[in-house]
Design a protein around this ligand. Structure first.
Ligand code: TXA
Ligand code: MG
Length: 344
């Protein structure tokens, strides 16, 4: 476990980063910070290493990984060509929380893409990730560094809780900034298609390209299957059951739900924001997730708050809901999945 949070010189010279990069080159697994969540990295060009990632996480092997790169020159080994759409998005948002699904180079052995003819690539905007990928000199395959089914990690401690003893090392670069994963966009068609909402918003993409589509499978109403293999899994399932409460009368209905659950003798959690922590005095555990007026702050704290509910061992969580605007779309996508789609 290496803390590189306070390292002042160029991180490429940081001994801990160098050691981690050597381990990556030796096909070991290293967890590292990105601007979104911590990743569990391995050499993306070696099938056996990628296999180890799936094992460490307990991840279904039909769910492909993202290859992380530090400069665009690395694309030549991975992708067949870069569609103009992708070019424009890279120009606008790389490095940053945007993953592009691109045509995979044939002949490249890549367990990472789970047998698809496309590959997901992203260039993280984080000094530790950047230095690590540069020092390793290979594309780094990395899913989020949590055990499958747990909230994604936004601190080195979260990674340690989940993966201690299963991987060669953890680079702790402090809490991540964005807090939800990157936006996954398919760029192989005419219009950018959002497969997973994340740190770059649909509005931002539309501003650059003029139009943007959202995978209808994301609605989760059963009418269409998600195009991104990962989106069909429940993901984080809290130990207690979870219910979402919408407007109108969100707070009134939430207070009533808390009362009913208390009468049934259950230990009750409420997910709210800083403005409303005193609105639910009947609940056992009230956790604030940022400020409602600032959805970016909600995204940043979401996974930590979900992990704390599990520690608190509540029987049921009632959660406020948020507008689908901006990064709210990513927050709501994760909350709906955590609740298994259950609305009060
Ligand atoms: O912010 C992030 O993206 C973090 C950090 C570590 O970079 N990584 C991350 O990876 O969230 P992971 O493995 O948890 O999620 C990758 C998502 C999954 O939903 C997967 O199904 C999708 O990307 N994906 C990967 N390759 C794909 C492909 N070729 N076509 C469609 N979806 C793909
Ligand atoms: Mg994940």
């Amino acid at each position: 476990y290496w803390n590189v949070d306070n390292y002042v010189d160029d991180l490429i010279d940081c001994p801990q980063v160098r050691e981690a990069a050597l381990l990556l080159r030796a096909n070991e697994l290293i967890a590292f910070p990105t601007e979104t969540v911590y990743g569990l990295g391995g050499n993306g060009l070696v099938d056996e290493t990628v296999e180890k990632i799936y094992t460490a996480k307990g991840r279904p092997s039909d769910n492909p990984l993202i290859l992380h790169i530090a400069d665009r020159g690395q694309l030549v080994d991975i992708v067949e060509y870069v569609p103009p759409l992708a070019e424009a998005l890279m120009e606008a948002f790389w490095p940053g929380p945007l993953t592009l699904v691109l045509p995979k180079k044939p002949g490249v052995a890549m367990r990472a893409s789970a047998g698809l003819d496309t590959v997901a690539v992203r260039m993280p905007d984080h000094p530790v990730a950047d230095a690590l990928i540069r020092a390793a000199g290979v594309p780094v395959a990395a899913p989020s560094a949590n055990v499958s089914g747990r909230p994604s990690p936004t601190t080195g401690r979260h990674v340690q809780e989940d993966l201690d003893g299963r991987i060669a090392g953890i680079l702790d670069g402090g809490p991540t900034g964005i807090g939800v994963e990157s936006t996954v966009v398919d760029t192989t068609g005419d219009v950018p298609l959002i497969l997973r909402p994340g740190g770059i918003t649909a509005e931002q993409i539309a501003e650059i390209i003029g139009e943007v589509a959202v995978d209808p499978g994301l609605l989760g109403d059963g009418s269409a299957a998600p195009r991104s293999p990962g989106m069909k899994y429940r993901h984080y399932a809290p130990e207690g059951e979870m219910w979402l409460v919408e407007e109108p009368d969100m707070r009134i209905r939430l207070v009533q739900a808390v009362e009913r659950a208390k009468q049934e003798g259950r230990r009750v959690g409420v997910l709210t924001t800083e403005e409303s922590t005193t609105a639910y005095p009947g609940a056992d555990v009230v956790l604030a997730c940022g400020q409602r007026a600032d959805l970016i702050s909600v995204a940043r704290q979401l996974y930590d708050v979900l992990r704390r509910f599990d520690q608190e061992q509540v029987d049921v969580i009632f959660s406020e809901t948020f507008p689908y605007t901006g990064v709210g779309a990513a927050v709501m996508n994760r909350l709906v999945k955590a609740a298994g789609g259950k609305y009060l």
